[in-house]
Design a protein around this ligand. Structure first.
Ligand code: CMP
Length: 143
């Protein structure tokens, strides 16, 4: 079954949006298979955002992610990678549609509250980087 990585960033944690994020993914019908609060190391942040290493905002992005705890999650379900991107909304919250998390709660591209894997390859890499084999294998049995 498809899995994706979702991280509530320090601003999302401090705005008390963790519950709202979980609610939206649960309400859609996805299954939570990994969840932890992490004080991210510089090494992990740099690995996670390696694709942006040459971008001018790389340093400030890494410094922000390590500045305070994040909440890392893995969600499972049919089409969850693309669906998570829709639930989260466009990278720049000012371009994100109302009804999306970034569209409803954000205004700043550097403080866009939440990260979601953008494609199957990055989802696999990020799930492995953040969780290794610490994931739950379960399926809801109560409908
Ligand atoms: P995220 O989905 O975590 O992936 C990369 C992050 O880089 C992105 O969300 C933004 O928070 C950040 N980012 C992208 N473009 C810019 C920018 N122009 N200035 C600052 N941060 C950016």
């Amino acid at each position: 079954m498809e899995r994706t990585f979702v991280m509530v960033k320090p601003d999302g944690v401090q705005r008390a949006l963790v519950g709202e994020v979980i609610r939206r993914f649960e309400a859609k019908g996805f299954t939570l298979v990994g969840l932890k609060m992490v004080q991210v190391s510089r090494e992990l942040a740099e690995k996670h955002y390696d694709v942006h290493r040459e971008r001018p905002f790389f340093g400030s992005l890494v410094n922000f992610i390590i500045s305070a705890p994040v909440v890392a999650m893995v969600w499972e379900g049919k089409g969850v990678i693309a669906a998570a991107r829709k639930i989260i909304g466009a990278t720049n919250p000012l371009n994100a549609e109302p009804g999306t998390i970034r569209g409803d709660y954000g205004v700043d591209i550097g403080r866009n509250l939440i990260h979601g894997s953008d494609a199957p390859e990055t989802a696999a890499q990020e799930v492995s980087l953040w969780f290794g084999d610490e994931l739950a294998n379960w399926e809801p049995t109560i409908k």
